[in-house]
Design a protein around this ligand. Structure first.
Ligand code: ATP
Length: 138
């Protein structure tokens, strides 16, 4: 069965949107296999965001991800990787379509990093890599 790593980022936790976001995942028919509130460590984030190292938004992104707890989730179901990215909407919340998590609940705050509420793995390989970072042994 396909699985993906979802993160409700610190903006989503701070704004009290974890329930609404998980509700949408469950309403779509996906199963929650693990849910844990975590305060990310610098090491964890360096691994998770290794592909972005050196980009202008990298340091603000890590700082933002360290600014409060993140809800880490493993969700399962046929097609869940693409399906959750579709639920999440475009990375830029201004461009994200209404009906998506980012389109409905995120906006541009004029900061150096997109505070776009959620992360979802983008391929089976990244899902397994990211699950190992947030849920070692799962
Ligand atoms: P995610 O991986 O978080 O689901 P994504 O795959 O749509 O989002 P990535 O390209 O992996 O986006 O970027 C990771 C995160 O870095 C984004 O979710 C956003 O918070 C931030 N980010 C990406 N691109 C930019 C940018 N051009 N300016 C500011 N922040 C950015």
């Amino acid at each position: 069965i396909e699985r993906t790593l979802i993160l409700v980022k610190p903006d989503g936790v701070r704004r009290g949107l974890t329930g609404e976001i998980l509700r949408r995942v469950e309403a779509k028919g996906y199963t929650l296999a693990a849910v844990e509130l975590q305060h990310a460590t610098p090491d964890q984030l360096a691994t998770h965001y290794a592909e972005h190292e050196g980009k202008p938004f990298y340091a603000p992104l890590v700082e933002f991800m360290l600014s409060g707890p993140t809800l880490a989730v493993i969700a399962e179901g046929q097609g869940v990787i693409a399906g959750f990215r579709s639920l999440a909407g475009a990375t830029d919340p201004t461009a994200a379509a209404p009906g998506t998590i980012r389109g409905d609940m995120a906006r541009d705050w004029g900061l150096k990093v997109q505070q776009n509420l959620v992360h979802g793995s983008d391929s089976p390989e990244s899902a397994e890599r990211e699950i190992a970072i947030w849920f070692p042994g799962r």
